[in-house]
Design a protein around this ligand. Sequence first.
Ligand code: DX5
Ligand code: ZN
Length: 217
Amino acid sequence: MKRIVSPSVLSADFSDLKSECVMLNESAAEWVHIDVMDGVFVPNISFGFPVIEAIRKHCTKFMDVHIMIVHPEKYVQRFADAGARMLTFHYEAAEKPSEVIRLIREAGMMVGITINPDIPVEKLRPYIADVDMVLLMSVFAGYGGQKFIPESFNRIRELKGMIDELNPNCMIQIDGGVSDANAAELYACGANVLVAGSSVFNAPDPKAMIQRLLTME
Ligand code: DX5
Ligand code: ZN
């Protein structure tokens, strides 16, 4: 499956978001990853709709929005209106995941479902056929700059097996501690979309790092 790098703006310079968007526009990244945290589902608050709309204004890339919020069903339409093209919600945060999936589709977005590292991959089985992407968190959702959890490699292989069986077109995204030190192995395990926050935005040359993440062998 086609490789995609989705830089997470959580690690961008928010005092100069426009320049960060220009950098992304000039880069080989196809997507931009947008992390919304509510301080309830995760112990951190990031940003909301005005910031997403500001990114949409200046960034031409596909908006990949990862919501770490309770009651995801309440805000689906707002994210669509703000410019989200893919909306990924946490299985753990949804009372009725199938309902959230339906709402996201009805709002015209692609659907992603995600789990934290302590949730068995098997829990996603009932939803695989109905989503465009599964995001496996490789750190606990909440903060950028955390250390990659190595057990994630086994979890990706397990998920890849399930996806081959149930929905071979479903993408696998990895988020948390992704860098040029693990990208090649992540692809080898079956992931095709890599989220990268600190490794891209803290790199001396972010565009070169994006290119490197895309082409690691
Ligand atoms: C964490 C977020 C990530 C975060 C990744 O909860 O979902 O997208 O920005 O940051 P890095 O790549 O620095 O681990
Ligand atoms: Zn994320």
